[in-house]
Design a protein. Structure first.
Length: 146
């Protein structure tokens, strides 16, 4: 089974099974080698923001991908998407019903498995909402500025 994403409610640390433990503000230079086997791509926006896109993961037992955002070389944010069983094949855009199903699934998994409710946390914030601009589900976390 693909490695699972788990978020620690108390610290905001992201565990990817036995692959790695990602701590808030971890250096990109230390994270990248740990996630190399999961790396699907990377983006450098040229403005201090860089992204590592990971695939081959699960969230709540469903297929998932994870994007890690580094600001000035430090992990500052993460976002993920979940491909629910029976959802459209790659290349098709999800319907509003499928988006709502993903959001409900992520909210339930966060609450029941990780004890997290979307909103402010001691270490930052977690969101799980419809992104009208992108017409998609938006799930993620952002660490509070150090």
């Amino acid at each position: 089974m693909d490695p699972a994403i788990f978020i620690d409610r108390a610290t905001g640390e992201i565990r990817i099974d036995e692959v790695c433990l990602l701590t808030p503000y971890a250096a990109k230079t230390s994270v990248e080698p740990q996630v190399a086997s999961l790396l699907a791509g990377s983006r450098d926006n040229g403005n201090g923001y860089e992204w590592l896109d990971l695939h081959g993961l699960t969230f709540g037992g469903e297929e998932a991908s994870l994007s890690l955002c580094f600001h000035d070389g430090r992990l500052s944010e993460a976002s993920w998407s979940v491909q629910l069983a029976g959802a459209p094949i790659e290349g098709d855009w999800p319907t509003k019903k499928e988006i709502d199903s993903e959001l409900a699934f992520v909210r339930t998994t966060l609450a029941k498995v990780m004890g997290i409710k979307a909103g402010k946390m001691p270490w930052g914030e977690v969101w799980c909402q419809f992104d009208a601009r992108g017409d998609t589900a938006s799930n993620g976390l952002r660490y509070r500025s150090a």
